[in-house]
Design a protein around this ligand. Structure first.
Ligand code: NAD
Ligand code: GLY
Length: 369
């Protein structure tokens, strides 16, 4: 399987997700129908530029597409309004106009902030995602969620703004540190857990091949992830209902990231992995899942190399009250009630705000111990 194409269909139109190896070589072919002139603006991560600048720029140059590059430091701490302002002003200074197209070239942070800028600059211009982390390739580049973090919590300001196309090329993953690959894997296993039991079983068997970048297994895992995400986004673009299922572990994970002030010792995927453990344990407390299933799922996360418990330093400085307060900053909170994604069984998630508070507290306390 060298190249596969998926479609996202929203009320405003549809777009393609190209998944494969060396797909970047066809970028000009994909972009040409979208261009009103012969130039593109690119917001890129410093690290991605260091490793992969020529891969994208050469292809565009060879096809007479002019490029205007804006390179930024893309740490999670910089995913804020200030960076949005810096990028927007830089693009305006460089003369961007409504006919231009903006490319996000980097991981989830670059994708989320570039998507956000695209949705507001000049009241909205076309944008394209070229994701370069595993996490961005299986999740954040697909489905049109954009946003930034605020002092009040993670991703609390943003828009739904769909890209024109997503070009996923596994070639970029060759330079990605193992820790970042694992971070992406947390979002991959999420799809198995919430909606696709046979994918879950396949991952338990083949996850190591995915992480060791075996091309066939890697492409299959990215394709299956995007296919599952497409199924949900096609039915519920703006998270009125089932899209929330994609947030398994995220209410816990976002609270962890926010309390940890987005420091690098816990990245997004790692927070999600630990958050999934919270969700599994609460599902077990509520008797939806038996001990063996929960233990096996946690074992898989551990075996693959993902964290399943909080670092000591985090536990030392965090009380139950502080944790619950951070959880209450989640976008799924309605009238003060926390909505959680839990599992009825492995491969079937549901959303609920009906769980005894003491059960939730018990799980949080056990993880803070
Ligand atoms: P990231 O963007 O911070 O990238 C991780 C690190 O890898 C960064 O240091 C980056 O510079 C570096 N990097 C990127 N590509 C590289 C490459 N090819 N080689 C070497 N280094 C590379 O993190 P992420 O895990 O990609 O994304 C996490 C973000 O995505 C979070 O902010 C999260 O909230 C967001 N997210 C959004 C959605 C959505 O639907 N919009 C979904 C999931 C996650
Ligand atoms: N990553 C969750 C979503 O896109 O809805």
């Amino acid at each position: 399987m060298n190249k596969k194409i998926l479609k996202i269909r929203t009320p405003k139109g549809q777009y393609s997700i190209i998944v494969g190896h060396n797909t970047i070589n066809d970028t000009a072919k994909y972009l040409k129908p979208l261009l009103n002139n012969n130039r593109v603006f690119i917001v890129a991560s410093k690290k991605v530029i260091k490793f992969h600048k020529s891969k994208l720029l050469k292809v565009l140059d060879n096809n007479n597409i002019e490029t205007v590059l804006v390179v930024i430091d893309d740490s999670e701490k910089k995913k804020n309004f200030n960076t949005i302002s810096i990028i927007s002003n830089t693009l305006l200074k460089k003369g961007i106009d409504r006919n231009d197209l903006l490319i996000a070239f980097g991981g989830g942070v670059i994708g989320d902030i570039t998507g956000f800028v695209s949705s507001i600059i000049l009241r909205g211009i076309k944008f394209v995602q070229i994701p370069t982390t595993l996490l961005a390739q299986v999740d954040s580049s697909v489905g049109g969620k954009t946003g930034v973090n605020t002092l009040h919590g993670k991703n609390l300001i943003g828009t739904f703004f769909q890209p024109q196309i997503v070009i996923i090329d596994t070639i970029f993953l060759s330079s990605l540190p193992k820790r970042e690959l694992l971070s992406g894997y947390a979002e991959i296993i999420k799809y198995g857990l919430i909606m696709d039991y046979s994918f879950y079983k396949w991952l338990v068997k083949n996850g190591n091949k995915v992480i060791s970048l075996n091309r066939e297994f890697l492409i299959k895992s990215i394709y299956n992830s995007c296919k599952n995400k497409a199924k949900i986004v096609n039915k519920d673009e703006k998270e009125k209902n089932i899209r929330a299922l994609l947030n398994l572990g995220h209410t816990f994970g976002h609270a962890i990231e926010s309390i940890n002030q987005y420091k690098k010792n816990i990245n997004h995927g790692e927070a999600v992995s630990i958050g999934i453990v919270f969700a599994l344990k609460l599902s077990q407390e509520l008797k939806h899942l038996d001990n063996k299933k929960v233990d096996n799922a946690i074992k898989h996360l551990k075996d693959i190399g993902l964290p399943t418990s909080l670092p000591k330093s985090f536990k030392k400085n965090t009380t139950l009250k502080k944790f619950v307060l951070a959880m209450k900053k989640d976008k799924k909170v309605k009238r003060g009630k926390i909505n959680l994604i839990l599992l009825k069984k492995i491969g079937k998630a549901f959303i609920t705000n009906k769980f005894p508070e003491e059960k939730l507290n018990k799980v949080i306390l056990s993880q803070l111990k």
